[in-house]
Design a protein around this ligand. Structure first.
Ligand code: ADP
Length: 250
């Protein structure tokens, strides 16, 4: 079985409000999947379920072929959220220090880093092309640069899968493009599986291996070319309402 994540018949409600219903999804190893859908469609909730932060009312979650309640290798999964990208100017931490926090789950807080850990931290910073900023204050970097650092923080524990929830919100379009190039590179050359929640539909159809659309349940799972060929009518059927809810890049 080559799925890293397997969701079987997942349903979830907040109080009595159903948010996810009968979601089935397989994330193949090596894929770069774009998770699209209208606001409120349940994308973040689904990510929370995958990360074990919410328990589904129904259905099963399997991670790396283990039922989620038996899964222990959380260092195999990196997570980068939209809110990562929010250090203000005065924040007193260097790029090196921020990236090093990606290792604390392994070494424990306040422990000294061994030489091997230092090398891992530097190589993660290098992998995102930010070596020259290693000793700079994180708060002085742009949103796009900060987001690269959060990728480095996720990379430092050598994950097999990175989940990103709207990582490009607030980043200017040129840097969004560079950010996608970086993700593409990590996927293609480092073999890291990626699951990315995004509204960057146009860019995503260029880089993703698969596109998934979620609006309470999965309405589409296919190749970007198939997604790009959907007509407006099919699209509005997919989303349950007119398509302009999802912004397309032109
Ligand atoms: P998306 O990420 O696709 O925008 P979400 O998973 O954030 O969707 O939200 C799905 C629905 O669940 C929305 O209607 C939202 O208002 C609701 N919701 C999200 N979080 C909570 C919460 N903590 N309590 C109650 N309702 C919530």
């Amino acid at each position: 079985m080559n799925s890293i994540i397997s969701l079987n018949d997942i349903s979830y409600s907040y109080d009595k409000k159903p948010v996810l219903q009968h979601v089935n999804f397989e994330l193949p190893k090596g894929a770069f999947v774009g998770l699209l859908g209208p606001n409120g469609g349940g994308k973040t909730t689904l990510i929370k379920i995958i990360l074990g932060m919410a328990r589904p009312d129904q259905g099963t979650v399997t991670l790396f072929n283990k039922p989620i309640n038996e899964f222990k290798d959380w260092n195999k999964i990196g997570f980068v959220s939209q809110k990562s990208n929010s250090f203000n100017k005065g924040f007193p931490a260097t790029v090196y220090e921020v990236v090093s926090t990606g290792l604390t789950s392994k070494v424990g807080y306040f422990k000294f880093f061994k030489q091997k850990d230092k090398e891992k931290i530097l190589s993660a910073i290098d992998a995102v092309g930010m070596s020259e900023y290693t000793n700079q204050n994180i708060g002085n970097l742009s949103g796009g640069q900060q987001q690269r650092i959060f990728i480095a923080r996720a990379l430092v524990s050598e994950p097999e899968l990175i989940i990103l929830d709207e990582p490009t919100v607030g980043i200017d379009s040129e840097n969004v493009q560079r950010f996608y190039e970086l993700l593409h590179d990590l996927n293609k050359h480092n073999g890291i599986t990626l699951l990315l929640v995004t509204h960057d539909t146009g860019t995503m159809t260029k880089y993703a291996t698969d596109i998934v659309c979620l609006n309470r349940t999965l309405h589409f799972h296919g190749k970007p070319e198939e997604y790009a060929r959907l007509t407006e009518k099919e699209m509005s059927k997919l989303y349950g309402h007119p398509v302009n809810i999802v912004s397309h890049d032109h």
